[in-house]
Design a protein around this ligand. Structure first.
Ligand SMILES: [Zn+2]
Length: 191
């Protein structure tokens, strides 16, 4: 089912809930029979929402952040219900850049094709901040998208130059986070 006009959302800020909000809209869209793609940048593919999205028949692209201990994390998650992310989970290497560039190529294709009613580019703003994708490339994706395609862009950095291209700009601001008092992120809640 193709919408008449797809709008553009930007979710930014240092608070918890940007991806969560995008997952929520994706679930809502799928519930209405819309065709959804959910593309993650600089993410390991271990986060629990991906299984839920797949159950909703949402096209998922993740694993754009490589960690040599991926199998160990995966096994630990399935056996113990949690994993402790290592240093390599956060260090961006050349392979990650390549994976993100490939995911971005797919994102451009999905946004232009008219096949998807909603395309989420989760953490794309972080990938821009890290110099993997340029602001110009993302602006060009937004401008060239199929008119019926709705797009959600998420990430912590407030890239104000992109705000003029969006219809919704929302900031998630941290007031409190359990990490500040030493609580590690929890599987099924935080990832
Ligand atoms: Zn790791």
């Amino acid at each position: 089912m193709q919408r008449k006009k797809g709008l553009v959302h930007i979710l930014v800020g240092d608070g918890n809930g940007k991806t969560t909000s995008a997952v929520g809209i994706a679930a809502r869209a799928a519930g209405r029979g819309l065709k959804v793609a959910f593309i993650q940048f600089l993410k390991s593919g271990l986060s629990s929402e991906l299984a839920s999205l797949r159950k909703l028949k949402i096209k998922v692209i993740s694993k754009t952040k490589f960690c040599p201990n991926y199998q160990k994390h995966k096994l630990q998650l399935s056996k113990k219900g949690f994993t402790v992310f290592c240093r390599d989970c956060f260090l961006i290497n050349e392979q990650d850049k390549k994976l993100c560039r490939e995911a971005f190529k797919k994102a451009v294709k999905f946004c232009q094709a008219g096949k998807y009613d909603l395309v989420v580019l989760d953490e794309i703003l972080w990938a821009i901040k890290k110099g993997i994708i340029s602001e110009e490339e993302l602006a060009s994706l937004v401008k060239s998208k199929h008119k019926g395609c709705e797009i959600i862009l998420t990430g912590r950095p407030k890239l104000k130059s992109l705000f003029s291209l969006a219809d919704y700009v929302s900031e998630v601001k941290k007031i409190k986070h359990p990490f500040d008092s030493g609580v590690l992120s929890r599987a099924g809640i935080d990832y």
